[in-house]
Design a protein around this ligand. Structure first.
Ligand code: AMP
Ligand code: GLY
Length: 424
C-alpha cells in the first residue's frame, strides 16, 4: 500500500525508514519531509497544519491508503478527524484525545481526577492571582504555559523573583502567544527522567522500550532548553519493578481515564516520567512519538511498524506481538551554532567515511544546487546500536567527528547520565 507520512524532522525520518522496511508498504509520500527522507519517499510541499489542504491532497491521491500523523500541531488541529471524516485511514489520536498534550491544564486535571501520580499544582488564568500564589509557594517552582510552545513553555524557577518575571513573560508579555493565557504552577520534583512511549488503541496499551532525552543545549544539562540534543535507550535504571509500577499506576489508569472522559486515545502515547522518592510521577504527556526518542526506539523494533499502525486503527492491537532487539541504541544530535536561539541556515554538510552500522537521520536538511545543506536548528541525528550504551556511544562519537558543517556543535556527554543508578 502507499502511505503518507506527515512531518519533516528526524523523528519522521526514523518512521519513514521503518515503514520503508515493511513488506506491506510500496510507496511513501512525506509532507513535507527533508533531504534525508527524500531518499526513500516523495516529498509533498503542502503545509500540514492546513488540515483542509491536507484533506484535499489525500482526496486527490487515490493511491494513498493510509496517513501517519506524527507532529503535535496537526494532531491538535484535528488532522486525523479531518481525514477520517473524508473516509481515509489515518494513524494518530483525534483532536479530542490529542488534548492530553495540547493542554497542560487538561492533563493535570485528568491526573488529579483519576489519581495518576504527578506534581502538585495550581492553574491560573489571571496574572494577579498567579503572582499572589508565587508570593508564598515553595521554591523552586515550575511554571508551564498551558498550550503547545515547541517544548519551550516550561520554566524551572529557583527564586521567587525569577518565578514572578517568568509568569509576567507568559501571561502579560505573551511570550508563547495564546499558549500562555493559562499557566500551570507546579511543585518542583527531583529524580532521574525516563521517556516511556506506548502504542495504544484505547483497549490495549503496549509499552515500547524506554529511553532518556537530553533537553538542555550544553553538557551537564546546562544551557537553554532545546527540542532534544540526544537520546539513549534503554534507561539504565528501569527494570521489571519499574515497568510494573508504571503500567499499573500510570499507563493503564491513563488509558482508562481517557476512555471515561469520552476521549479514547489511539496512537502513540508518550509518558515523560520522573522517578521520585515517592515513585514514578508524570512530568508530561505527549500525544505522539518523541523527537529524538523515536530515533533510538524504532531501530530496535523487530515487528513491522505498519502492522502495528494498522492494528491500532482497527482496534486490534491486542493481537500483535511487539518484539524488540536487546542491547542499546544512542542518538547524538548535531546542531547549528546558536540553536536554540538564532542560527544560520544553508551551510554545506559533508560526510567522511562512516561505518556501515551508523545510521544518519536527517532533521533540518535540504538540497540546494545539488548540495546537502542545513535548514534547521537540529540538523542530523547520528544513531548507532551496540551491546551496551557505552559501545553505541563510541560509534556515534566516532562518526560525528567525520561529519562537518560550519558552526556544527553537539553535546559530548550523551549516554553517560544515570549509569550509576541501580536498576529496579
Ligand atoms: P516538559 O516540556 O513538560 O517536558 O518539561 C521540560 C523539562 O522540565 C522536563 O523534562 C523536566 O526536566 C523539567 N520539569 C518539568 N516539570 C518539572 C517538575 N515539576 N519538577 C522538576 N522538573 C520539571
Ligand atoms: N523529546 C521530547 C519530545 O518529543 O517532546
Amino acid at each position: 500500500m502507499n502511505v503518507l507520512v506527515i512531518g519533516n524532522g528526524g523523528r519522521e525520518h526514523a518512521v519513514v525508514q521503518a515503514l520503508h522496511k515493511s513488506p506491506k508498504v510500496d510507496k511513501i509520500y512525506a509532507m513535507k519531509g527533508n533531504a534525508g527522507i527524500a531518499s526513500v519517499a516523495e516529498l509533498i510541499d503542502v503545509d500540514y497544519c492546513d488540515v483542509k489542504a491536507v484533506g484535499d491532497w489525500v482526496d486527490a491521491h487515490k493511491d494513498v491508503a493510509f496517513t501517519v500523523v506524527t507532529p503535535d500541531d496537526p494532531l491538535a488541529l484535528g488532522l486525523v478527524d479531518e481525514l477520517e471524516s473524508r473516509g481515509h485511514r489515518a494513524f494518530g489520536p483525534n483532536k479530542r484525545a490529542a488534548i492530553i498534550e495540547a493542554s497542560k491544564a487538561f492533563s493535570k486535571e485528568l491526573m488529579k481526577k483519576y489519581g495518576i501520580p504527578t506534581a502538585k499544582y495550581e492553574t491560573f488564568s489571571s496574572y494577579e492571582e498567579g503572582a499572589k500564589y508565587l508570593e508564598s509557594c515553595a521554591i523552586p517552582v515550575v511554571l508551564k504555559a498551558d498550550g503547545l510552545a515547541l517544548g519551550k513553555g516550561v520554566l524551572i524557577c529557583k527564586t521567587r523573583e525569577e518565578a514572578k518575571a517568568g509568569l509576567k513573560e507568559m501571561m502579560l508579555d505573551k511570550k508563547f502567544g495564546s499558549a500562555g493565557a493559562k499557566v500551570v504552577v507546579e511543585e518542583f520534583l527531583e529524580g532521574p527522567e525516563v521517556s516511556c512511549l506506548a502504542f495504544t488503541d484505547g483497549k490495549t496499551i503496549k509499552p515500547m522500550i524506554t529511553s532518556c532525552d537530553h533537553k538542555r543545549a550544553l553538557d551537564n544539562d546546562e544551557g537553554l532548553n532545546t527540542g532534544g540534543m540526544g537520546t539513549f535507550s534503554p534507561a539504565p535504571f528501569f527494570g521489571e519493578k519499574s515497568a510494573k509500577e508504571v503500567m499499573e499506576k500510570i499507563m493503564l489508569p491513563t488509558m482508562s481515564a481517557m476512555n471515561a472522559e469520552g476521549r479514547p486515545f489511539k496512537g502513540v502515547l508518550y509518558f515523560g516520567l520522573m522517578k521520585t522518592r515517592d515513585g514514578y510521577k508524570v512530568i508530561e504527556y505527549n500525544s505522539r512519538f518523541g523527537d529524538p526518542e523515536t530515533q533510538v526506539i524504532l531501530p530496535m523494533l523487530k515487528t513491522d511498524l505498519m502492522e502495528i499502525f494498522e492494528a491500532i486503527v482497527d482496534e486490534r492491537l491486542e493481537e500483535v506481538e511487539i518484539e524488540w532487539e536487546s542491547g542499546a541504541c544512542v542518538c547524538l544530535v548535531l546542531a547549528s551554532g546558536g540553536y536554540p536561539e538564532k542560527y544560520e541556515k544553508g551551510k554545506e554538510i559533508t560526510f567522511g567515511d562512516l561505518e556501515k552500522d551508523v545510521v544518519i537521520y536527517h532533521a533540518g536538511t535540504a538540497k540546494k544546487d545539488g548540495k546537502l545543506v542545513t535548514s534547521g536548528g537540529r540538523v542530523l541525528g547520528v544513531v548507532a546500536k551496540g551491546d551496551s550504551i557505552e559501545a553505541a556511544r563510541k560509534k556515534v562519537y566516532a562518526a560525528a567527528e567525520k561529519i562537518h558543517f560550519d558552526g556544527m556543535y553537539y553535546r559530548k556527554d550523551i549516554g553517560i547520565k544515570y549509569r550509576d543508578i541501580a536498576k529496579e
